[in-house]
Design a protein around this ligand. Structure first.
Ligand SMILES: NC(=O)c1ccc[n+]([C@@H]2O[C@H](COP(=O)([O-])OP(=O)(O)OC[C@H]3O[C@@H](n4cnc5c(N)ncnc54)[C@H](O)[C@@H]3O)[C@@H](O)[C@H]2O)c1
Ligand SMILES: [Zn+2]
Length: 407
């Protein structure tokens, strides 16, 4: 038998993309929104044909008139499509709706990149459509929720929920340009702001003790002011701006090292191990950042019980979650069977490894791969106490912590 011929292909794809902060994005004199991603930022790019502008339904209600005025004043040829927000609408049907409009208006390969203006749901849907249309076209991302500005805005991922599983179908397709206008958060409902701060908390816990201190000190103010600057000179530090910058910078630094997730050990998955199943099945529904914060607490309890995280740090974490106005626990986190199943499901996503990020302090982590079912049960027991009786001191709830662990 002759040796088979073999042709080996080797290729790398270099990828640059930028996240640009701006203000008054819908002011017709601001060139950012109309510029083509690779025009050097001058805002002179004019595509060949119409560009599709996809707006979240609520964004359309609040900003639609200004957005239409913006493109009309700048004589940019655009067509509009409005999509609903909310995870129930993160479906492949919505992706096809976008693809169908791209086809209808004759979107070409590079010159007329669509613009997605909305929260994480619209971004994930439009991003996925753009990554499939003609096998991938560029698009521009304008995140309008806090969660999406500090997390999704940096990410390379798109996706939709499928057959009851979060983000089961999706692609890696970062857009060349993301525009962040913190002013847009002023209209975001308080609950969504708290949810966004849940992701900021995750970032703080895994690598940024200073960010944690800001959340700890200014949690209620950040929510009340929706991360907007207060009047000039009233406060030297603008916590909203600093929190956003630090959260984005932390995410960017982490993702750059492992953008395509060839390494399945990712500290940014902290808060995302036990939460997906809760996020998909809890009724009434919970927001993404709400379950992420609960998962952060659950994982911190695990670390404390292993003797790796001092009680004082755990107390600060739970306290900060509450100061942001988030709940540290939920009955599903107090159910050992749910937590065991959650870890099993997530391990499939990590090639049957736990690769669990646990804290060794605030802003410090380690990976573990040997958490036992008994440890999960014990952490779930603490979460059940936190959920049922928020007044129980953590020291009592964690009474079975290892002897010798500093309080
Ligand atoms: N691709 C990624 O890497 C990535 C990262 C983080 C989160 N996500 C995904 O993002 C989704 C959650 O994102 P989200 O919290 O932005 O949800 P969302 O897109 O559903 O938005 C939340 C709600 O806020 C409304 N809204 C949006 N902008 C507004 C504004 N400026 N003013 C008032 N209301 C506004 C929306 O209509 C919606 O009702 C999840 O599906 C999650 O999986 C993806
Ligand atoms: Zn997340």
């Amino acid at each position: 038998m002759t040796e088979p011929h073999r042709w080996t292909m080797k290729a790398t794809r270099h990828y640059d993309y930028e996240i640009v902060e701006t203000t008054d994005l819908f002011d017709p004199d601001n060139p950012q929104l109309r510029r083509l991603p690779d025009d050097g930022g001058e805002g002179t790019g004019e595509g060949v044909g119409a560009r599709l502008v996809v707006m979240d339904e609520t964004v359309e209600e609040i900003y639609g008139r200004r957005i239409r005025h913006y493109f009309a004043r700048n004589a940019v040829s655009v067509e509009y499509l409005t999509l609903p927000g909310g995870d129930a609408h993160k479906t492949f049907e919505q992706v096809l709706r976008v693809a169908s409009r791209l086809t209808a208006i004759g979107t070409n390969r590079r010159g007329t990149p669509p613009i997605a203006i909305g929260g994480g749901v619209v971004q994930d849907v439009v991003g996925m459509a753009a990554s499939l249309y003609r096998r991938g076209i560029p698009y521009v991302r304008v995140p309008t929720t806090l969660l999406c500005q500090i997390d999704g805005s940096v990410s390379a991922k798109t996706g939709v929920n499928y057959e009851g599983c979060r983000n089961r179908l999706g692609t890696f397709a970062p857009p060349p340009l993301t525009l962040i206008d913190r002013g847009l958060i002023a209209s975001v409902p308080e609950r969504q702001v708290r949810s966004g701060l849940g992701e900021a908390l995750k970032m703080a816990l895994i690598k940024d003790a200073e960010l944690f201190a800001l959340l700890e000190e200014y949690g209620p103010t950040l929510v009340a002011e929706r991360l907007q600057d207060s009047g000039p000179g009233t406060r030297a530090l603008q916590p909203g701006r600093t929190v956003m910058h630090r959260a984005i910078a932390g995410m960017a630094e982490e993702l750059c090292k492992n953008l395509w997730e060839t390494d399945l050990k990712r500290i940014v998955d902290y808060g995302h191990t036990f939460s997906p199943v809760v996020e998909m099945t809890a009724r009434p529904e919970l927001c993404h950042g709400e379950v992420v914060a609960m998962d952060c607490v659950f994982s911190a309890v695990l670390a404390h019980h292993r003797g790796r995280l001092p009680l004082r740090d755990l107390e600060r974490i739970v306290n900060t979650v509450r100061r942001i106005g988030l709940e540290p626990s939920h009955p599903m986190f107090g159910d050992p069977a749910v937590m065991r199943q959650a870890l099993t499901d997530t391990m499939r996503h990590r090639d049957n490894h736990q690769y669990l990020t646990l804290l060794t302090g605030i802003g410090r982590t380690e990976f573990v791969d040997d958490v036992t079912a008994a440890e999960l049960d014990e952490a779930a027991r603490v979460m059940a106490v936190l959920d049922r009786d928020p007044h129980t001191p953590l020291a009592d709830a964690c009474a079975s912590r290892p002897v010798g662990m500093a309080a």
